[in-house]
Design a protein around this ligand. Sequence first.
Ligand code: NAD
Ligand code: DAU
Length: 340
Amino acid sequence: MTTVLVTGGCGFIGSNFIRLLLAEEPATRVLNLDALTYAGNLENLADIQTSDRLSFTRGDIGDRALVESLLAETPVDAVVNFAAESHVDRSILDSDPFVRTNVVGTQVLLDACRRRGVDRFVQVSTDEVYGSLGETGLFTEETPLSPNSPYSASKAGGDLLVRAYCHTFDFPGIITRCSNNYGPYQFPEKIIPLFIANALADKSLPVYGQGRNVRDWIHVSDHCRGILAALRRGRPGEIYNFGGRCEIANIDLTRELLRLLGKPESLIRHVADRPGHDMRYAIDCTKAERELSWAPRVAFAEGLSQTIDWYREHADWVARVQSGEYSKYYERQYGTRLKS
Ligand code: NAD
Ligand code: DAU
């Protein structure tokens, strides 16, 4: 048996990753450490909760005493760090928790893992650390870091700590940087699940500015396969980019969602642009393809239809995660009530 500590395993990508890891590796045990912030939900793991290879600890990756005692109690072979504050708009409203978790939390984990001699540490990061592209070009692993939002700056801070620990201490860290994910269990503050949920409720879809900004979409299952490949076949000290080779402008994505949902384009509402809004992201993932024998598999049309079906079938999940804290955030962000 090998043991993998997954942090942030109750969030969108972390929960999809734990499901994949347990299915792919029958001799792997998973410890899930998650603070259960507004974005973390044990319900995301309900179907595998009873597995005797999965255990859960509620806690903060920035809590040094807790992290050290967890690693002392159960020796772990590898760590995959998903735990983060992940939403750009929230980082513009308040960057404090972003620095605490994404920078200081990463440092606490690195220290504890170094002391315990963990064999692998995968830092799950984002293409947003590279900044914004013009109409052409792709982000490669050599693109200089140029983060523009408090979120991406905090992720770049975490990445730089991993890099420095690899360089200074010969620490076995690997950094992965992925483009925009979509799929089941994504919190409905991100554009795809937000617009699906709003359209299903015949509410307006708030498109920032003219909607010309471009994102490179990848299905969460493809991202998770990439992280697993980096964990098992990646070289320590290396960075691997993952992307879906699927660039779409927000307004075209919005129109496509409405078409698939059979809803009118009159639901589109152009609202004030996001401050400092990055124009375009697009990933060159040839290094991951070459070194990790990985490639994205899910075609966007198929993945998007499946995602719409998932949200239709999980209306109760959406209603539960939208209650409480989220309704206050929605009102502050969009100046309109979530339930009206
Ligand atoms: P998410 O917001 O859905 O989940 C984050 C999880 O981390 C939640 O379960 C939350 O409870 C937990 N968490 C937050 N702070 C914590 C703390 N201090 N200690 C322990 N747990 C804590 O995020 P996501 O979309 O699943 O993203 C996961 C990771 O992948 C993040 O590091 C993010 O930067 C990165 N990433 C996301 C995307 C994307 O498109 N969503 C793309 C590339 C990279
Ligand atoms: O690129 C990877 C990143 O993708 C991850 O690191 C982040 O964790 C993840 O949140 C995501 O960041 P984005 O800011 O690109 O995702 P979001 O879904 O918030 O926005 C996608 C695009 O849609 C962006 O151009 C802003 C726009 N948008 C978003 C929202 C929430 C709107 O037009 N209206 C909205 O209400």
